[in-house]
Design a protein around this ligand. Structure first.
Ligand code: CAA
Length: 240
């Protein structure tokens, strides 16, 4: 039987590419989404991948959503914590809501999704947790005190939990995408985006599929000795 992978924020952007690449690699895939029903319906129509709606910012909703996916497809072997939002503002203009929304989704969302799955993975002695962090969690970004803090937190979470999962056959890794051609990056003002592209040595934005291929590797049996690590895929924009 094929392994089951759940991808949060899986119907658009990098998440959609991850779902597709995982499906093509032979996994049974479930895509979670929080809001955009139209995009989710279109995604299922185009790919045949089932979608499940809940917010990763809500712990109880995660517990219920995971139970629904597992009843439908079987125990989840691979969790890709991809769901993420931006609420960019220079710090002097950042509101408490902008801070909270980003922390709740991008950082607490990773806890909310991983925690309910952890004991099942421990019992089955297998699991793959793959957290999609960001270049901006590594280097910081103007107008992203909230996002950079959350994404840096995801890296700390990855390294701590990798140590706990190791003896139970669970690997925990992160991918740090640079600027990828998705709606999120296209929402950045054009002038700012052009200046960012100027800082990327390969001279272009990344493609979502270039991140998806990193995830497929980390999910595979070939990556069993890789844990607590970060794959940095940013076109050379930042080295760590
Ligand atoms: N470094 C230094 N100064 C900067 C700057 C930077 N990177 N970006 C903007 N500024 C300066 C501007 O020059 C301007 O200065 P002046 O007032 O002296 O002209 C000031 O900051 C901007 O002030 P505004 O009042 O115009 O700012 P605003 O409230 O309109 O906010 C913004 C604009 C939100 C900062 C907008 O420029 C923006 O969205 N920037 C992009 C931020 C970014 O890169 N986000 C990443 C999104 S993609 C993502 O997050 C995915 C991923 O993981 C990579």
């Amino acid at each position: 039987m094929s392994k089951v992978a759940l991808v949060t924020g899986g119907t658009r952007g990098i998440g959609a590419s991850i779902c597709l690449a995982m499906k093509n690699a032979g996994y049974t895939v479930a895509a979670n989404f929080a809001g955009n029903e139209e995009a989710a319906a279109r995604f299922t129509e185009e790919t045949g991948i089932k979608t499940f709606k809940w917010s990763v910012a809500d712990y109880d909703a995660c517990v219920a959503g995971i139970a629904q996916v597992e009843a439908d497809l079987g125990p989840i072997d691979i969790l890709v914590n991809n769901a993420g939002i931006t609420r960019d503002a220079p710090f002097h203009k950042m509101t408490r809501d902008q801070w909270k929304e980003v922390i709740d989704t991008n950082l607490s969302g990773v806890f909310n999704m991983t925690h309910p799955l952890w004991s099942g993975m421990r019992e089955r002695k297998f699991g793959r947790i793959i957290n999609i962090s960001s270049i901006n969690g590594q280097k910081g970004q103007f107008a992203q005190a909230n996002y950079s803090a959350a994404k840096a937190g995801d890296l700390g979470f990855t390294k701590a939990l990798a140590q706990e999962g190791a003896r139970a056959g669970i690997t925990v890794n992160a991918v740090c995408p640079g600027y990828i051609a998705t709606e999120m990056v296209m929402a950045v003002p054009e002038k700012v985006r052009e200046s960012i592209i100027g800082q990327i040595p390969v001279g272009r934005l990344g493609e979502p599929e270039e991140i998806a291929r990193c995830v497929v590797f980390l999910a595979s049996d070939d990556a069993g000795f890789v844990t607590g690590s970060t794959i940095t895929a940013n076109g050379g924009q930042y080295f760590i």
